[in-house]
Design a protein around this ligand. Structure first.
Ligand code: AMP
Ligand code: MG
Length: 405
């Protein structure tokens, strides 16, 4: 039986980053940049006021106060028309350019409007120490024309969207969003808007896997439920092969109606592996389809919801990360201390739901779990604890590997 590490290596060997494409900025949130970005502007574009107030000559305020003539008002978006000379000031709003001649801004809170003299507005400023450059942001201090602003490989968050907007990149080259199709299989399944009849259960994995795919930043198509019947499976799988990744839930175990591997073989999806030494998730099937539109990675996930989720976290998420140009996705495992003693017994390496706290180093509590059919307990989980095969008792404080879910 393949180990989890061996299986992951095989998955990643087949997951190649998608070809970068020029994409509208508003479509790029969560994607990975595939080019170096330089600035086409200075930021700020002019010496600008960082407060509302008066642009002055510092020498006019050496006494700590000054009665000055007001030349004009400049709002953000306007340009000063007059040069400031000794004895004068210009009212300037935050963000507006500093007029020539002035070398500091005195904020409006320090100003008192005086009656005009011969039609000339006047202001009394009181500020004991006025330093040259005070409350002025000089042109280009944040960014200069030609400066390198973002590197290929960076993940685009709202901050990067803002920076790209600032440097005029209404479209950028990114690794495109991956498409995922999700197909639930099983004669026992009904859609979640139905009351299950005798022997039936609601389709959990369809909605769960669609959501898991969306959360990685992929797009997702729900192919709904296929019966355990070869023709129906084939027709539905062929639709799913139009996506970059096809997730089939159920039908890959050893039951008489576990038809997926056989149908996949008929369609020409090449099996890379079937079954992994892990619990839950042992029946995992993985293969690759070379179609006209390119390569589709096909995962046959076990039908138990928790098993499917564990396989998604361990294999599908890293594969989607690789398609999207991300490297970090394979390094989600870290060490935590058990918060309580725990005995694990099992013939396979086990991924047990746990609750990580926020202490440093992190501590994790294994949750009382009824096995792979028990999704309810996972609502309290935020991690999977990795226990090696065999029986072992762990004291509280012992280190275990965990991965966040
Ligand atoms: P299978 O892998 O098809 O043998 O299914 C294993 C177990 O998971 C069975 O108990 C199924 O009823 C259950 N199961 C399969 N598919 C789903 C699904 N989409 N939602 C909830 N449970 C499922
Ligand atoms: Mg089934």
């Amino acid at each position: 039986l393949l180990s989890v590490a061996q299986a992951l290596t095989l998955v990643l060997e087949h997951a190649k980053p998608k070809a970068p494409a020029l994409t509208a900025l508003r479509e790029t949130l969560g994607l990975v940049l595939a080019e170096e970005v330089v600035s086409d502007i200075d930021s700020p574009p002019h010496d600008k006021a960082t407060v509302d107030g008066y642009a002055v000559i510092t020498a006019d305020l050496v006494a700590g106060h000054a009665d000055l003539g007001v030349l004009e008002e400049v709002a953000a978006g306007q340009l000063p028309q007059k040069e400031v000379s000794p004895g004068f000031a210009t009212r300037v709003m935050t963000g507006a350019p500093i007029p020539r001649g002035a070398d500091a801004m005195v904020m409006i809170e320090r100003a008192e409007t005086l009656p005009p003299v011969a039609g000339q507005p006047r202001v009394l400023l009181r500020e004991t120490t006025v330093a040259a450059g005070q409350n002025i942001m000089r042109r280009g201090v944040a960014l200069r024309h030609g400066d390198h602003v973002l590197s290929a490989g960076c993940e685009i968050r709202p901050i990067e969207i803002g920076v790209l907007a600032e440097v005029g990149r209404a479209s950028v080259r990114v690794y495109p969003r991956s498409s995922v199709s999700v197909l639930a299989t099983g004669d026992e399944l009904v859609s979640c808007n139905r009351q299950p009849g005798p022997g039936q259960i609601r389709n959990i994995n369809g909605p769960l896997l669609v959501a898991a795919a969306l959360r990685t930043g992929a797009t997702a198509i729900d192919l709904e439920i296929a019966r355990d019947e070869k023709h129906e499976l084939r027709e539905r799988i062929e639709r799913g092969l139009q996506s970059d990744v096809l997730l089939i839930s159920g039908g890959v175990s050893a039951g008489v109606l576990d038809l997926a591997p056989a149908v996949l073989a008929v369609i020409g999806v090449r099996q890379v592996f079937h079954k992994v030494d892990m619990k839950p998730g042992k029946p995992l099937w993985f293969g690759v389809y070379e179609g006209e539109r390119g390569e589709t990675l096909v995962f046959g996930l076990p039908g138990n919801p928790v098993s499917g989720l564990v396989c998604f976290e361990l294999f599908v998420r890293p594969a989607l990360g690789r398609l999207a140009g991300k490297d970090q996705e394979t390094h989600r495992t870290f060490v935590a201390e058990l918060s309580v003693p725990f005995t694990h017994r099992g013939d396979r390496p086990t991924y047990h739901p746990g609750r990580l706290d926020s202490s440093q180093p992190p501590r994790v509590e294994p949750l009382a779990w009824q096995g792979s059919g028990d999704l309810q307990t996972l609502t309290r989980a935020n991690a999977l604890i990795h226990f090696p095969a065999g029986e072992q008792s762990y004291a509280a404080g012992l280190e275990v590997d965990v991965s966040r879910i």
